[in-house]
Write a protein that binds this ligand. Structure first.
Ligand SMILES: [Cu+2]
Length: 500
């Protein structure tokens, strides 16, 4: 026991020396018995690795500026299969992709070598998807944000072996939103996403199609999937070599798989569907000009009213739709999407052409959080804790045989999600729940910011923050809830809820 305490003290020592006063201070408040218990299996060197890996999240490596030499790739819209009904085929496959000029990088993709197509559904569609695993390893097809029965949700219980296929069916019963799909095999999600398995889902409905929002796909309605990667000197994605148990971060940004992207736009309002598809990196998006933009949608639907912002933060798996007005911009002027640290993510080239006249309606949706929901008692408590491999929810790691909670189908309950600080101060955990869109009631007792007053399926929770949400599941079965830092998820920061 004495040795373990010494190790813990050394860890705090490293922090003090590195001048990390915030963490050192919080370190004094650490729960020694818990941490010591976790350190049971650790030797000195793995302790050192852990500190290094974890501290890289306090001082995240900057992204290289995009040079803007490549036009942004737009994912193709997936065509339906021939025949009756709405049937799509989605295959997970391996391939080689020319991300860097003249070099082939080994990648994974859906229906192609890297990333995937966009699936466009309309509310009310009865969809069949033939999912095929052409990889050499198990995978699953998870529809992130889709409110579907648990047996087609594609969680870790639904692994397809190499060569296997499965047809799933569901009805799209939720409103217009930007969702995405990715694999979810337990312990392998982070690597498979890192290698390129991720695709987009657009849901449209009568409202989204009629209110005049920019909606010409690839022209003024642009999806942007942000993923940071670290390439080795052979320009390969060597996940094992760069893996960080606390979330793998890279210095090279790909947007829709495009290296050094730029986006050419007309003089018009352009809708950008921002998707944080990174394993672990958080982004705070701004315009280089300092101009404001408007946010029109959250993860799961349109906001009631557009919200004017100068920056928006997305943690892994969160989405936001924003509209940038280029109509008054000069084609000579320079403007780019940047992140808060100042890295140029996406330079825009404004052409001389004028584009469509679209408008941003003042009223877009009828999302509401009613008093009845706000007054409900908290009936589920989630405590997120730990770092690196020692991440837990309510003190436990994921066990596919254990059901952590039950909830009745169609009944709203209030969950309280708490991010318990650790001896290092802790880090943001993006918390995601499968199979449902939820409403944020409060953050630390305060009403959520205006741009979070819409449907959410993932939420960032800061260290020591308590978030209350109201959630209802429309379907039955066993769903996952987990941290969407993919390495945390793979390390067991995940639980299961049975909807009866
Ligand atoms: Cu986490």
């Amino acid at each position: 026991m004495g040795l373990r305490i010494k190790l813990a003290a050394t860890a705090i020592g490293i922090l003090v020396i590195s001048g990390c006063s915030k963490n050192a201070q919080l370190g004094e408040e650490m729960d020694h018995s818990t941490m010591n218990q976790h350190m049971e299996d650790m030797d000195h060197s793995s302790m050192g690795d852990m500190m290094e890996g974890h501290m890289s999240h306090d001082d995240v490596v900057m992204l290289h500026d995009s040079t803007g030499e490549n036009e942004l790739k737009i994912p193709t819209m997936l065509e339906r299969d021939a025949g009756e009904g709405i049937i799509y085929t989605v295959r997970a496959q391996k391939g080689k992709t020319e991300i860097f000029d003249g070099t082939k990088t080994e990648t994974y993709g859906y229906n192609g070598s890297f990333l995937g197509p966009m699936l466009r559904f309309e509310k009310g569609d009865k969809v069949k998807i033939r999912t095929i695993n052409e990889l050499d390893e198990d995978t699953t097809f998870h529809w992130h944000g889709l409110e579907v029965s648990a047996n087609v949700d594609g969680g870790p219980h639904d692994a397809l072996k190499p060569g296997e296929e499965k047809v799933i069916e569901f009805e799209v019963a939720q409103e217009a939103a930007t969702l995405w799909f990715h694999p979810h095999p337990h312990g392998k999600t982070s690597e498979q996403v890192y290698n390129g398995l991720a695709g987009l889902i657009y849901i449209e409905d009568d409202n989204s199609k009629s209110i005049g929002l920019p909606s010409i796909y690839g022209e003024n309605d642009i999806p942007l999937i942000f993923q940071d990667r670290k390439f080795d000197d052979k320009k390969q994605l060597n996940y094992t070599a760069v893996k960080n148990e606390d979330g793998t971060i890279g210095d090279t940004l790909l947007i829709n798989g495009t290296l050094n992207p730029k986006l050419t736009v007309k003089k018009e309002k352009v809708r950008l569907r921002l998707v944080n598809g990174s394993n672990a990196r958080n982004y705070t998006f701004k315009l280089s000009s300092g101009d404001p933009f408007v946010q029109i949608a959250t993860d799961g639907g349109l906001l009631n009213e557009p919200v004017t912002l100068k920056k928006v933060t997305l943690t892994p798996s969160e989405r936001a739709e924003i509209i940038v007005d280029f109509s008054q911009m000069n084609s000579e002027g320079e403007i780019a999407l940047i992140n808060e640290e100042g890295s140029v993510l996406l330079p825009f080239k404004v052409s001389d052409q004028s584009g469509a006249v679209s408008r941003i309606p003042g009223e877009m949706n009828d999302f509401s959080l009613i008093e009845e929901e706000m007054d409900l008692p908290v009936t589920k408590k989630i405590e997120l804790f730990g770092m690196m491999k020692m991440v837990t929810i309510n003190g436990k790691k994921f066990d596919p045989e254990r059901i952590d909670f039950t909830q009745q189908q169609g009944v709203t309950e209030v969950w309280e999600i708490y991010n318990k600080p650790d001896m290092m101060g802790g880090m943001i955990h993006p918390f995601h729940i499968h199979g449902a869109q939820f409403k944020i009631i409060s953050r630390d007792g305060e009403a959520p910011p205006e741009n979070e007053r819409g449907w959410k399926d993932s939420i960032s929770v800061k260290p020591d923050e308590k978030v209350k949400i109201a959630i209802q599941f429309k379907h039955k079965g066993v769903y996952m809830f987990h941290c969407h830092i993919l390495e945390h998820e793979d390390n067991g920061m995940m639980g299961q809820i049975l909807i009866e």
